[in-house]
Design a protein around this ligand. Structure first.
Ligand code: SAH
Length: 218
């Protein structure tokens, strides 16, 4: 199937073109990326880097994820519309925006208050009304709202995210970067008859997941 290019004037058209050139071929993912301005999620001083295909600083030693990695994670989540998604690491809110266009409800947790509030104000400005925000340690999940159809962790975890896996529904998909502090493997975990079936998607480098089932601070 040939995929039409998004319209040139779409705010994220250039990002969509870039990730498509790198092999992303899900038309829904490309369409959503084309609709969203990545610049809007960056602090003013970093906006000139909005189209760089790399992680960019957003303050407090955190980063907005690389567009290609956002696209891979989103494509692999295989969202069809009715899903309830848990995201750990709201950060800039860019990935949250992408998820909110592709799933019914997004529950997003960020440990740093300032980042959560900043992301929320940007996402409110985009009229995203299907996002629920929590400030706290996302490694413990959101038990009151479990189970989730999909869970996306956007910070690097040192090992298997056991509590999050418990909060994943049967046949659900969890994606998380697992490994060392400075290098991880983006890992897809499916829940099949209650058991985790794992597949490595690609090598990656995310900031640390800090919390009870993550790294300790410092
Ligand atoms: N998806 C974000 C990525 C942000 S970087 C984006 O595209 O902008 C990862 C984020 O995870 C950081 O903001 C960091 O503060 C947050 N984080 C780290 N450990 C966390 C935890 N235990 N719970 C919730 N958020 C966490």
């Amino acid at each position: 199937m040939s995929i039409p290019d998004p319209p040139d004037h779409a705010p994220g058209a250039e990002i969509a073109r870039q990730v498509r050139a790198r092999g992303i071929d899900d038309p829904r993912v490309l369409d959503v990326l084309a609709r969203i301005s990545r610049a809007r999620f960056l602090p003013p001083a970093e906006r000139s880097h909005a189209l760089d295909d790399r992680a960019v600083p957003i303050g407090l030693e955190q980063t907005i994820s690389q567009p290609y990695v956002v696209a891979v994670m989103t494509q692999e989540l295989a969202l069809r519309g009715p899903e309830r998604v848990l995201e750990i690491g709201t950060g800039s809110g860019y990935q949250t925006a992408v998820l909110s266009f592709m799933a019914a409800e997004v529950f997003t947790i960020e440990r740093l208050t300032i980042l959560s509030l900043r992301a929320r104000s940007i996402l409110d400005g985009l009229c995203r009304t299907n996002i629920h925000y929590r400030i706290g340690d996302g490694t413990l999940g959101w038990p009151e709202e479990a189970p989730f159809d999909r869970i996306l962790v956007t910070a690097g975890a040192p090992g298997f995210p056991a509590t999050l896996f418990e909060q994943l529904d049967e046949k659900g998909i969890l994606i998380a970067p697992l490994g060392e502090e400075d290098a991880q493997e983006l890992t897809l975990i499916r829940k099949v008859h209650g058991f985790p079936i794992q597949r490595v998607l690609m090598p990656c480098r995310f900031v640390k997941l800090i919390g009870e089932e993550g790294w300790s601070e410092g």
